[in-house]
Design a protein around this ligand. Structure first.
Ligand SMILES: [Zn+2]
Length: 123
């Protein structure tokens, strides 16, 4: 959930554009769906989260560094975010949604084309 730091980030826009170009239609930040995913494709029961690597702790990613000052604070905050993401994904899956995550550092045309293809194959 990118709700932590703003909506409509560049990776989010890139992702939407790629899905749209692939003929997929979606809703944004739908209320009433756990975690208010960034992109919701109701017809295919898919949701896409576009996660900032820093806030959502992309594993092994150079953007997921820990600031040198106030480490305790940051680590606490990061733990909360990761725990929330896990909880939300689990709940969505229980409700029958397919959950996809796009990390900001992955939001490249090639990666997104592949994602769009995967989603299109889901009926
Ligand atoms: Zn990353």
């Amino acid at each position: 959930m990118s709700g932590i730091r703003g909506r409509n980030t560049q990776p989010e826009k890139t992702t939407r554009k790629a899905l749209f170009a692939a003929g997929l239609r979606y809703q944004l930040h739908s209320k009433g769906i756990p975690g208010r995913p960034d992109i919701v494709l109701p017809g295919r029961h898919c949701v896409v989260f576009v996660h900032g690597c820093f806030w959502h702790r992309h594993p092994h990613c150079r953007y997921a560094y820990v600031p040198k000052t106030n480490k305790g604070f940051w680590n606490g905050k990061f733990r909360e975010n990761v725990a929330r993401d896990k909880r939300v994904s689990a709940q969505l899956r229980r409700e029958g949604w397919r959950v996809f995550t796009v990390w900001e550092c992955q939001a490249t045309p090639r990666y997104l084309a592949r994602l769009a293809k995967t989603i299109r194959s889901i009926k």
